[in-house]
Design a protein around this ligand. Structure first.
Ligand SMILES: CC(C)(COP(=O)(O)OP(=O)(O)OC[C@H]1O[C@@H](n2cnc3c(N)ncnc32)[C@H](O)[C@@H]1OP(=O)(O)O)[C@@H](O)C(=O)NCCC(=O)NCCS
Length: 219
């Protein structure tokens, strides 16, 4: 039976990773907690970083977080500890085109659709019922919120957040570190590091360090 270790399980989203593993018939032999209280459904064995033993490193892991910042930090911590990153975790209730590629450490929750010839980077997260049309290219560490729709041939730069229920029209480019707010209708390219919100989406001020995206509970 395939197995994956869950790494960094203080995010409330960790339970979604667990449910997907259960649906996919993937065992979780243990989880690794990295600061904060672990939030898991099961009573799987949970280890703190300092309590890991060499044999734990034989199981590839996947990190649990919606925030690209937190995900990147967890990946760096896992690699430093000696873990390898698991292949993408894809919920069996999602449809990935056979010609699409999904990178290592990425998580595709239930109800997602990824279109033909799409290239999804490493450590990307697609939350439930989101979709990406054909020829979509997502760089590493992109997070896509529940129900977001990326039309065909959209490109998204590294570490960007595409908020819940947003719509990005075909052929648009979203820069690196950009934020598309929940419910936005994006009609124009979005430069690096810019927040857009509303219908039609317009630019708003964005304070990275004070953003709700980077609160522990938003993980
Ligand atoms: C975009 C978002 C990250 C902004 O949060 P933030 O960084 O804490 O910033 P603020 O709440 O201060 O909002 C910044 C500005 O954008 C506006 N704004 C934020 N979200 C908006 C939305 N969904 N629709 C319209 N305007 C929005 C705010 O009114 C504010 O406008 P102002 O500059 O004119 O005052 C957040 O509102 C959001 O939409 N998050 C989506 C998260 C998500 O989908 N999570 C899924 C987890 S599974």
């Amino acid at each position: 039976m395939k197995q994956i270790a869950l790494f960094g399980v203080r995010s409330p989203l960790a339970v979604e990773y667990e449910e997907t593993c259960q649906r996919a018939g993937i065992a979780i032999p243990f989880a690794v907690n990295v600061a904060g209280a672990p939030r898991l459904l099961t009573t799987a064995l949970i280890f703190e970083l300092d309590d890991l033993e060499p044999h734990h490193l034989e199981t590839a892991c996947i990190v649990c977080a919606f925030s690209p910042v937190r995900r990147r930090a967890l990946v760096e911590t896992a690699l430093k500890a000696g873990f390898t990153i698991a292949d993408a975790l894809v919920d069996p209730a999602s449809t990935i085109a056979s010609s699409a590629r999904v990178g290592a450490g990425s998580y595709i929750n239930a109800g997602c659709v990824i279109g033909a010839l799409s290239m999804i980077g490493d450590h990307v997260m697609f939350n439930r019922s989101s979709s990406a049309g054909h020829h979509t290219i997502l760089a590493d560490y992109v997070s896509v919120g529940p129900g977001a729709t990326l039309a065909g041939n959209v490109r998204v730069g590294e570490g960007s957040v595409i908020g819940a229920g947003s719509i990005i029209l075909p052929g648009l480019r979203i820069g690196a570190g950009a934020v598309v707010a929940a419910g936005a209708l994006v009609r124009h390219h979005v430069p690096d590091g810019i927040l857009v919100a509303g219908n039609p989406a317009v630019r708003h001020a964005f304070n990275f360090h004070r953003s709700s995206l980077n609160l522990p509970d938003a993980e």
